[in-house]
Ligand binder design. Structure first.
Ligand code: NAP
Length: 252
C-alpha cells in the first residue's frame, strides 16, 4: 500500500544516514521526496537512486539559503511533509566548551530546525493534511555527560515539538519528534573515533561504551528510525501529535 501517494516531502540532511533512510521509506510510500543538505553532489547521488527524488542545496544556518531552497521545493506544489533531520553532534567536557561551540550546535540543531519549520508552517496550518517530524534524540529526554550542548539542543527540539503540536492542534498539521538512541551512522562513527582518540580505547571498547545503555546491546539501524518516521506521516496517524517517541532498543 502506498499511503503517501501525491504528497511532497522535504527531508533535511536527506543525503546520508537517518535522513536518507527516511527519504527512501517515504518515497516507497509514494511521496515525491526532496533531499536537502549542504553537500549537493552527495545529495544528487542519493536522489538519483530514489524514484522521482530531487536534490536541493540547503544550509539550515543561513536565512537566504533556507528561503531559496524552500522556494525551489515549492515549485509545482506545496510541501506536505517536513522531516527536520539535519543535525550535528560534538562531545567534550562542559568546562572545555566554548561559547562558539555552543552556538555552532544550537545554530544547526535548534535555529536551523526553526528556520525550516517557519518556511512551511503557514501553508501547513491551512492544509487538509500536513506533517512535521523532528529527529530529536534520546538526548532530548535525558541528560548526558560530555555532550551538554547537544543534549540542550535536543531538549529544545522536544520542547518545540510539544508547543507547536498544541499551537496547531486545531489544524490538520501534526508535529512529533522521534528520539533515537545511538544509530549506525556517520555521527556515531565520529563519536567512536573521538572516544578512541581521547581515551586510547579500542574500536570495540568505544562501541561498547555507546551501546551499553541500549538494552538490546546494539546500534539501531537508520531504517528502524525511518519506519517510525513514515508511520507518523501516514494519514491514520492524524491523532498522534506532540509526542517524543523513543526508538532506543527498549531504553526508557
Ligand atoms: P549524519 O549522517 O551525519 O546526518 C546529518 C545530516 O545533516 C547530514 O546529511 C548533513 O549533510 C546534514 N547537515 C549538517 N549540517 C547541516 C546544515 N548546516 N545545513 C543542512 N544540512 C546539514 O548523521 P545522522 O545520525 O543520520 O543524523 C541525523 C539526525 O539524527 C541528526 O539530527 C542527529 O542529531 C539525529 N540523531 C542521530 C543519532 C545517532 O546515533 N546517529 C541518534 C539520535 C539522533 P551536509 O553535511 O551535506 O550538510
Amino acid at each position: 500500500m502506498t499511503t503517501l501517494q501525491g504528497r511532497r516531502a522535504v527531508i533535511t540532511g536527506g543525503g546520508t544516514g537517518i535522513g536518507l533512510a527516511c527519504a527512501r521509506d517515504i518515497a516507497a510510500q509514494g511521496a515525491e521526496v526532496i533531499l536537502m543538505a549542504r553537500n549537493l553532489e552527495r545529495l544528487q547521488q542519493a536522489a538519483s537512486e530514489i524514484s522521482g527524488a530531487r536534490a536541493v542545496q540547503l544550509d539550515v544556518t543561513e536565512d537566504a539559503s533556507v528561503e531559496a531552497a524552500f522556494t525551489e521545493a515549492r515549485e509545482g506544489g506545496t510541501i506536505d511533509i517536513l522531516i527536520n533531520n539535519a543535525g550535528i553532534a560534538a562531545a567534550s567536557a562542559f568546562h572545555k566548551t566554548t561559547i562558539e561551540e555552543w552556538r555552532r550546535i544550537q545554530a544547526v540543531n535548534v535555529e536551523g530546525l526553526v528556520r525550516c519549520s517557519l518556511a512551511v508552517v503557514d501553508d501547513m496550518r491551512k492544509a487538509d493534511y500536513a506533517r512535521i517530524v523532528n529527529i530529536a534524540s534520546i538526548a532530548g529526554l535525558r541528560g548526558g555527560a560530555y555532550i551538554s550542548p547537544y543534549v540542550a539542543s535536543k531538549h529544545a527540539v522536544v520542547g518545540l515539538t510539544k508547543s507547536l503540536s498544541l499551537e496547531y492542534a486545531h489544524t490538520q498539521l501534526t508535529v512529533n519528534a522521534i528520539c533515537p538512541g545511538y544509530v549506525d551512522t556517520a555521527i556515531v562513527d565520529n563519536s567512536i573515533a573521538n572516544i578512541m582518540a581521547k581515551t586510547g580505547r579500542s574500536r570495540e571498547e568505544a562501541l561498547a561504551e555507546l551501546t551499553k545503555n541500549n538494552p538490546q546491546g546494539r546500534l539501531i539501524t537508520p531504517e528502524e528510525v525511518a519506519e517510525a518516521v513514515t508511520w507518523l506521516c501516514s494519514p491514520l496517524s492524524a491523532s498522534v501529535s506532540g509526542q517524543a517517541i523513543m526508538v532506543s532498543g527498549g531504553a526508557i
